[in-house]
Design a protein around this ligand. Structure first.
Ligand SMILES: Cc1cc2nc3c(=O)[nH]c(=O)nc-3n(C[C@H](O)[C@H](O)[C@H](O)COP(=O)(O)OP(=O)(O)OC[C@H]3O[C@@H](n4cnc5c(N)ncnc54)[C@H](O)[C@@H]3O)c2cc1C
Ligand SMILES: *[C@@H]1O[C@H](CO)[C@@H](O)[C@H](O)[C@H]1NC(C)=O
Ligand SMILES: *[C@@H]1O[C@H](CO)[C@@H](O)[C@H](O)[C@H]1NC(C)=O
Ligand SMILES: *[C@@H]1O[C@H](CO)[C@@H](O)[C@H](O)[C@H]1NC(C)=O
Ligand SMILES: *[C@@H]1O[C@H](CO)[C@@H](O)[C@H](O)[C@H]1NC(C)=O
Ligand SMILES: *[C@@H]1O[C@H](CO)[C@@H](O)[C@H](O)[C@H]1NC(C)=O
Length: 486
């Protein structure tokens, strides 16, 4: 009893000492970085600091108070920041669009936050057909700059999302045709943990780093510039697609699940795109399901979408659309709720989808009245999505079979600043009850932080080898939050 009490006190003291030294470390790093870069680029208080600190998409990350926020204007600023973070053993986090749903992956207290809002240039060079993107740009803003040239970045499906998406892989409505967003990368300028700046591409001496960055999330360095092969999608007036959203009542959920499993199993036409949002919360309001369907052509072919279109819907909004129109169909910019994700991945098998849905229903029966949303979001990943890569394999690795990437999307009530333990336990139970089909990779941008996503990548050893090579002292995994497994 006494011994265990002493042990508790000792470990508390050790924790306090560690916290003390972490805040000392970050204060020392901030002081030196500010001396080098000035008080506009490095801030510890004030309106801009507050707006950034509070500016995350998930409210759970908006309460962190970084020791300082660095607003780099060029790669050299990131190098100075990173060198000192490394030198002083300071905790740190990096922010682009701020949409991470994982606690602490884009925010930090007692640490240095590097936030890219001052680096958001986008440019297109028609001579080389390459788009240059700074990390602070959001996909909607990039589209607004680029559509006049008839080109686009393949980014996310919500206009507010930032470039952090590219480091996790990146799923677009048009990914069956244009590939994972990251697979359109030509090269990236990257600041390694030591502060060294390198350019990585599929063909240079940093090809292993390049591959690791395409799915390795925030673990392999800080990207200061992306050079991307754009997709030639036309201008805002070129209505090359047909589609939009269809709303279905909760009573259609089981039929929609079957149709989704069949779509994943059978559809190989890369001109088709879809997402299925099956929302079971909250129980006091009617369940509603929103599905988005697209086809590069002038209608939705019955042979692809017929099973869905036969299911009774409550409303439809389907029309000819340009890629520009599609970019802005979903904004995704609400910033009042705490959020939690979870990931799975299933082949197109009715039973897997039914199992997942039933466990989600049980979750909702227990917690739905305390949540704004509890959804199962399905992104079909056909084989063509891997075959479209313009820059070799990514870190995730083609499992050789079409599947659906599953995102459990939990939205807590506005203003609720902490995740209730029982609901968090419920999410973890849901995740454990709905594992991926054998051999399928999880999607790191849509996971819960507790999930060992990298271990599901078909070529996990290559990712680990690249990590060991580019972060010899394992600084990143020790000093910043992010995916585990390296
Ligand atoms: C509303 C919504 C819709 C979404 N839709 C899609 C979708 O359609 N397709 C899809 O694939 N995903 C989607 N996601 C998931 C999305 O891919 C991730 O949330 C993504 O990480 C967000 O990137 P960000 O730049 O906005 O966020 P951030 O939180 O700023 O960044 C995400 C992660 O990347 C790291 N990071 C960012 N920039 C850099 C950099 N330059 N160098 C090193 N590390 C960096 C951050 O540290 C953080 O860990 C969606 C998420 C939300 C909330
Ligand atoms: C920033 O927020 C803090 C509270 O977190 C507040 O005390 C301070 O007045 C704010 N500063 C400005 C300039 O808004
Ligand atoms: C970003 O664009 C502005 C205006 O076009 C330019 O002045 C600035 O140098 C650019 N920054 C970088 C890093 O290219
Ligand atoms: C879904 O498919 C299963 C067979 O896989 C069938 O038993 C069930 O009736 C179908 N449900 C609906 C609503 O279509
Ligand atoms: C659930 O929906 C009802 C009806 O729309 C709403 O009044 C209630 O606030 C919602 N609950 C939560 C937790 O959002
Ligand atoms: C239903 O969810 C509750 C709360 O997470 C859990 O305790 C219970 O075991 C679940 N039941 C089943 C059958 O999974």
């Amino acid at each position: 009893m006494l011994v265990s009490l002493a042990a508790v006190i000792l470990s508390r003291l050790a924790l306090a000492a560690q916290a003390q030294s972490l805040s000392d470390n970050s204060r020392a790093a901030c002081a030196v970085i500010q001396q080098a870069l000035g008080s506009t680029i490095v801030q510890s208080s004030g309106a801009e600091y507050n707006a950034t600190a509070e500016g995350t998409w998930s409210l759970f990350n908006a309460l962190d108070q970084p020791t300082c926020i660095v607003y780099p204007q060029r790669a050299a600023d990131v190098q100075i920041a990173m060198k000192n973070i490394y030198h002083f053993n300071a905790e740190y986090a990096v922010r682009a669009g701020g949409h991470s749903a994982m606690i602490g992956w884009n925010s930090v207290t007692d640490g240095v936050l590097i936030s890219f809002e001052q680096m958001s240039n986008v440019s297109y060079d028609p001579a080389t057909d390459i788009v240059s993107l700074e990390p602070g740009v959001r996909f909607g803003d990039a589209e607004t700059v680029l559509e006049q040239y008839g080109v686009s970045i393949i980014g996310g499906r919500a206009s507010d999302i930032g470039t952090g998406l590219l480091l996790g892989g990146g799923i677009n409505f048009m990914s069956p045709l244009y590939g994972w967003s990251a697979d359109r990368m030509k090269e990236m300028d990257v600041v390694l943990v030591t502060g060294e700046l390198v350019t990585a591409s599929a063909t240079n001496e940093y090809a292993d780093l390049f591959r690791a960055l395409k799915g390795g999330a925030n673990r392999f360095g800080i990207v200061t510039q992306y050079r991307v092969y754009p997709a030639h999608t036309g201008t805002r007036d070129d209505k090359l697609w047909f589609g939009g959203s269809v709303q279905y009542p909760g009573s259609s959920s089981l039929a929609l699940l079957n149709a989704t499993a069949h779509y994943i199993r059978d559809v190989t036409n890369p001109n088709a795109g879809a997402i299925m949002i099956i929302n079971t919360a909250n129980l006091t309001s009617p369940t509603s399901n929103t599905l988005f369907f697209f086809y590069k052509g002038d209608s939705l072919p019955w042979s692809i979408f017929g099973e869905f279109l036969c299911i009774p819907s409550t409303s439809q909004s389907l029309s000819p659309l340009s890629y520009f129109d599609i970019t802005f169909l979903i904004a995704g910019n609400t910033r009042v709720n705490g959020n939690q994700f979870g990931a799975s991945a299933w082949v197109g098998d009715d039973a897997a989808f039914l199992n997942g849905f039933n466990h989600l229903l049980n979750f909702t029966q227990n917690f739905g009245t305390r949540l704004v949303e509890a959804s199962m979001i399905v992104s079909p990943i056909p084989l063509s999505q891997w075959e479209a890569s313009l820059s070799g394999p990514n870190a995730i690795g083609n499992p050789g079979v079409s599947y659906g990437a599953i995102n459990w999307d939990i939205v807590y009530p506005a203003g609720e600043t902490e995740r209730p333990q029982d609901i968090d336990d419920g999410v973890k139970l849901l995740i454990s009850q709905t594992p991926p089909s054998p051999g399928l990779p999880l999607y790191v941008n849509e996971c819960d932080a507790s999930q060992d996503v990298f271990a599901t990548y078909p070529d996990y050893p290559a990712l680990k080898a690249a990590y060991a090579k580019y972060d010899r002292t394992r600084f990143n995994v020790e000093y910043t939050e992010g995916p585990k497994g390296l």
